[in-house]
Design a binder for this molecule. Sequence first.
Ligand code: NAD
Ligand code: WQD
Length: 338
Amino acid sequence: MTSTILVTGGLGYIGSHTAVELMERGFDVVILDNLSNSSESVLGGIEKITGKKPKTYIGDIRDREMLQTIFKTDHIDSVMHFAGLKAVGEGEEKPLLYLDNNVTGSITLFDAIMKAEVKRVIFSSSATVYGESDTFKYTEDMPLNPINVYGKTKLKVEEILRELKKTNPTLGIAILRYFNPVGAHPSGYIGENPKGTPNNLMPYIADVAMGIREKLFIFGDDYPTPDGTGLRDYIHVKDLALGHIAALNKLEAHTDLITVNLGTGKPFSVLDLTQVFEVVSGKKIPYEVVSRRKGDVAGCFADPTLAKELLRWEALSDINAMCKDIWRWQQNKINIIR
Ligand code: NAD
Ligand code: WQD
């Protein structure tokens, strides 16, 4: 029998890529998204890739009645929970909005999940939940100490899931801690579309390459890293999507609670990424080094060993593919998103 997966936040960046991979593997996908950071045009991109439009509810994970309707009507087996607000700076300015959306929203969703006796839930957590590490490399058992409101909401939801597991041993739970998702679907039909000025490095570089922004501002070149700029673990969004399918397969076989890093384990600096993007796009990326951004760490990358062992998954795309795919999307998106 086909499994039906509810994808909350399924019109967003990572959710839409995961919906595509699920649909291509024969899963029935139902999307719930309130469009707070996405648009219905994403459905057109999903349809172009898969030949189908997934059933979609435009609504909020905090809307109990809507959740009840979905679980009654659609016979959901598993939930992939991507819906959330993710802008670190906005979270500092509007903590209640972030706590309400990300934590209250998740509690409301989990309540409906328990009532409907859903079998599995997969949650989008983040490497932001870790405290600082001198080695820059994170294993899942390292201390958790998020320094911003956004990261705290992710840790709170992780804790809620750990509590839920104690009283509901038959619920399969995967907490996936993403490192830095980048890239776009290789078709060029879906990708990230940040509203306003991008906060993250890759979409900012892509805007500079397009001539939308004059130059990149590099936030510090005096970090204790080989070239002085920040080191991160950039992971292709398609690999990330496949990591969710691997987690789903794992939970179908064993009703565990698993907490797993999804990263490549290979760090790249801001200058590395800029240079690769210049080669891939054939465009010059002018830059200016400015002071460090508050809250940034020098380096952060995954130890991906557990994902390999537990999920039999590893990220396959290299940094060239990540840059090529975002560059294709960057050139196409003007015609796709209206
Ligand atoms: P995104 O903003 O592109 O997607 C999130 C989607 O959820 C959006 O379409 C938005 O409209 C929807 N949404 C938000 N609040 C909602 C609500 N209350 N009800 C219904 N829909 C709602 O973000 P993304 O990059 O795809 O991230 C997906 C998840 O992964 C988020 O939970 C995010 O915190 C987490 N995450 C993202 C990153 C990253 O760098 N992109 C890294 C680690 C973790
Ligand atoms: C990467 C590197 C910057 C922009 C953020 C969130 C994190 C997670 C992923 C959700 C750093 C440098 C950046 C620019 C720059 N999201 N940079 N100029 O900060 O590692 O992680 O996204 O969970 O919570 O904090 O990613 O892409 O913003 O920065 O020099 O214009 O690029 O200093 O070294 P970050 P990023």
